[in-house]
Design a protein around this ligand. Structure first.
Ligand SMILES: O=C(O)C[C@H](O)C(=O)O
Length: 330
């Protein structure tokens, strides 16, 4: 097996459904043989470790631990699904306080044990705010950390593919920006169906609203269908982001990234933007769209600011001016 790199990848929350899927996907895609499975629940992570070894991936060099020092030391790439998942009837934001505290500890562990880590992906909810929390506590540079949001774009792509009876990869430009929550901004203006602009496909305004709703409710729909929150699609998307950061196939779906941009008017938040992830990290470009789309992005941004300010008021992250003193990269 030719792996992309030999550097250490740590999967946080490896004993859970998302975590175990990430381990398997990373090995199947041949990212690195050196994967450390970390979780606080020993039997769970031990069980996943045993199963992964029993898959007998050629050349794999797996380890598992419940000790953060052992897990993080020497890590060059980390994906964390280490927060609580939501249950039916909850929004992602109901997890804000508990999961942001977990994200703060996660960031501190990075600072303490692996400050030279290359790229980190945070995918537990509300992902934009947990990722911001981890970034602030870790001391990493903004282009070294991304969060889950791409899933909303693949859901939009899926819905449009079904609508027009085309293969999913024939739908391009189906992107959502802003937060990975009820206030995400779903953009239509760049969508093409098999090369033809969506505006020329005869989609009614009413049907577009339904597709938008399906996209926004994508995570809740999985919970209704499966009785638990999604795990295969976030796992796959997260591993693809790390693959890109390792120098593999570029990741071009909108990922959550840190934005502090006077010109764009988006300041001190993590949000989904038009992004590319490659071996140099995550890079964003300016989102463009119709006035309505830009207004929905502005509303999504303002909502993210409110969540950020809530965790500042809970002392989980410092006030903006203070976090900039602690992490001059931001
Ligand atoms: O919706 C969830 O709770 C999980 C994830 O964020 C998703 O979008 O599927």
């Amino acid at each position: 097996m030719n792996y992309l790199t030999n550097e250490k990848l740590v999967i946080v929350g490896a004993g859970g459904m998302i975590g175990s899927n990430m381990v398997q996907t990373a090995l199947t895609l041949g990212l690195t043989p050196n994967i450390c499975l970390y979780d606080i629940y020993e039997p769970g992570v031990h069980g996943v470790f045993d199963e992964m070894e029993q898959c007998a991936f050629p050349g794999a060099n797996l380890s598992y631990t419940v000790d953060p020092a052992e897990a993080f030391t020497g890590a060059k790439y980390i994906i964390s699904s280490g927060g609580a998942p939501r249950k039916e009837g909850m929004t992602r934001e109901d997890l804000l306080k508990g999961n942001c505290k977990i994200a703060a500890d996660f960031g501190e562990n990075i600072k303490k044990y692996c400050p030279d880590v290359k790229h980190v992906v945070v995918i537990f909810n509300p992902a934009d705010v947990t990722a911001l929390t981890a970034l602030i506590h870790s001391g990493l540079k903004p282009n070294q950390l991304t969060s889950l949001a791409a899933l909303d774009s693949t859901r939009l792509q899926q819905a449009l593919a079904h609508e027009f009876g085309v293969q999913q990869d024939k739908v391009t430009g189906a992107h959502t920006y802003g937060g990975h929550g009820e206030q995400m901004a779903v953009f239509a203006s760049k969508v093409k169906i098999d090369g033809k602009p969506l505006s020329e496909m005869g989609l009614s305004a009413e049907r577009w609203e339904e597709i938008k709703h399906h996209t926004v409710q994508g995570g809740s729909n999985i919970i209704k269908l499966r009785g638990r929150s999604s795990f295969q699609s976030p796992a796959y998307n997260a591993v693809k982001m790390i693959e890109a950061a390792m120098g593999g196939e570029k990741f071009t779906l909108p990922a959550g990234c840190y934005v502090n941009d006077e010109k764009l008017g988006f300041k001190n938040v993590m949000m989904a933007m038009p992004t590319t992830i490659d071996a140099t990290g995550v890079h964003y470009t300016e989102p463009t769209g119709t006035p309505e789309e830009m207004a929905s992005l502005q509303a999504s941004y303002e909502h993210l600011c409110k969540m950020r300010d809530e965790i500042i008021s809970l002392n989980i992250i410092p006030a903006v001016a203070d976090w900039k003193k602690d992490n001059t990269n931001l």
